[in-house]
Design a protein around this ligand. Structure first.
Ligand code: ASP
Length: 324
């Protein structure tokens, strides 16, 4: 009787041990939560990645959008989710700027998440509505200086990459503009296309197609060197904003407590997906590229997150920017 009981308990323990969990994984649909609106840059990256990851995992991967407050609403939801491998979180540089920008955060970006790997470093572009009169960056600066706070600049909320870029841009040109927050730069782009806002600094994953079709104007890219798919567009550094350098590095995380074998399986699936020719091509069309294998790992993402928290903390604090 006792032997049978121990036998059953042992079986039960074996069933719920991390290795056993990983062996059955995935047994249901995996959700990648994107903490921004549908149709925006993070959503695009997630939807490009999901099918090849699903193929490698031999399961189903779907994308869910939970935008708002620069991504902190979705990030908080993931932090409170069960670490069972069925909720993942794809976000970018914003995950490292939250602690400096928010006085009250309901989660800890390091302690509440299990890193899976880095994904891609997306360049950003300074773009405007089509009928803005300035035909180049010099004219844009003159127009901005003449109009000051009358100039609106869209972003995806305090903490988003577009917010950070706008902040750095205003600092660099020493002029305050009027930021207009959205739940993601997907909806912000709709307003830029419609001419309801003047400017936006947004990722190439959201701006490239509209730039190429002439529906918006582009003045500069934010990376140190030019972007291959937009090779005629100068860098802000070239245009005189010395050392302006920003790209939205992306990472894939799971909630804390996700079993190690599952994290490893997800990391491998991420590496496989990033080498998929369709992903490579799609990213190239969108002005970006997958990170190398050695960066699509938990250790590389954790290192990146920690060094970026240290990098942005003092810069943001010096800018005196906070959200409650
Ligand atoms: N990641 C946001 C989005 O997908 C944009 C941003 O961070 O600026 O809408």
């Amino acid at each position: 009787m006792l032997g049978r009981l121990i036998g059953r308990t042992g079986l039960l323990l074996a069933l719920i041990s991390p290795v056993a969990v990983a062996q059955q994984y995935p047994a249901k649909v995996i959700t990648i939560l994107v903490p921004a609106a549908a149709g925006g840059p993070t959503d695009t990256v997630a939807r490009v990645l999901a099918p090849p990851m699903a193929k490698d995992l031999k399961g189903q991967v779907i994308v869910e959008n939970a935008g708002g407050a620069g991504g902190t609403i979705g990030a908080g939801r993931v932090a409170r989710s069960q670490g069972d491998g069925y909720t993942l979180y794809l976000y970018h540089i914003a995950h490292s700027t939250f602690p400096a920008l928010y006085r009250k955060l309901t989660f800890d970006p390091v302690k509440d998440f299990e890193p899976i790997g880095r994904v891609t470093d997306v360049p950003m572009t300074l773009v405007s509505k089509k009928d803005l009169p300035a035909k180049d960056f010099k004219e844009l600066l003159a127009w901005i200086k003449a109009n000051g706070k009358k100039v609106s600049i869209a972003n995806a909320g305090v903490g988003s990459a577009s917010h950070l870029c706008g902040l750095l841009f205003m600092q660099a040109i020493q002029t305050e503009l009027t930021p207009v927050p959205y739940k993601g730069t997907g909806p912000a782009m709709n307003d830029l296309l419609g001419g309801q806002v003047d400017l936006m600094c947004d990722q190439t994953t959201n701006t490239t197609s509209h730039i190429k079709s002439g529906k918006i104007k582009v003045y500069a890219v934010t990376t140190k060197t030019r972007v291959a798919s937009l090779k005629d567009v100068p860098t802000l550094d070239e245009l005189g904003l010395k050392n302006f350098e920003l790209s939205a590095w992306h990472g894939l995380w799971a909630p804390k407590g996700t079993p190690k074998p599952i994290v490893e399986q997800l990391s491998k699936a991420l590496q496989v997906a990033l080498k998929d020719p369709t992903v490579v091509q799609r990213f190239a069309d969108l002005g970006t590229a997958p990170v190398k294998d050695s960066d699509a790992t938990p250790a590389a993402l954790q290192g990146q997150l920690k060094s970026e928290i240290e990098r942005w903390g003092p810069i943001i604090k010096a800018a005196g920017q906070y959200a409650d």
